[in-house]
Design a protein around this ligand. Structure first.
Ligand code: 5GP
Ligand code: ZN
Length: 113
């Protein structure tokens, strides 16, 4: 299996890493859609939200906590930021290794496009 985000987590493909621990890695999105746009991914290869298994709950909660802590570090938390996890083609998922988008630093639109 060849997965871009697994390779980034293993540091076999370069990325601007922001944070890493035993469970997850955070890095800057290569094509930012907001002044702040980074991704938080599990080290474990889980293609989509539909592939979550019993026991993955804490991991997903951890991704959200890491996202929030980095948003605070980047001084966008109080203003507001958006967490997005696209699932499957109509939602715009292009990389099939689950990732939490964190977008901020500008006003977000609703409903999203
Ligand atoms: P998706 O479209 O699957 O929700 O999000 C995939 C995201 O990964 C996109 O925002 C895209 O810009 C980002 N991305 C794709 N390839 C790379 C890469 O090689 N490096 C980094 N840092 N981000 C990437
Ligand atoms: Zn992967």
């Amino acid at each position: 299996m060849d997965c871009l985000f697994c390779r980034i987590a293993l540091k076999q493909t370069p990325a601007k890493l922001i944070y890493e621990d035993d469970e997850c890695v955070a890095f800057e999105d290569i094509a930012p859609q907001a002044p702040v746009h980074f991704l938080v991914i599990p080290r474990k290869h889980i293609p989509t939200t539909l592939d979550l298994k019993d026991g993955d709950e804490a991991l997903i909660g951890h991704l959200y906590r890491v996202a929030g802590r980095i948003a605070e570090d980047k001084k966008i938390a109080g203003r507001g930021f958006r967490l997005v996890m696209n699932t499957n083609p109509e939602a715009g998922q292009s990389v099939y290794h689950m990732h939490l988008h964190v977008l901020g630093g500008r006003r977000m639109h609703w409903p999203p496009g």
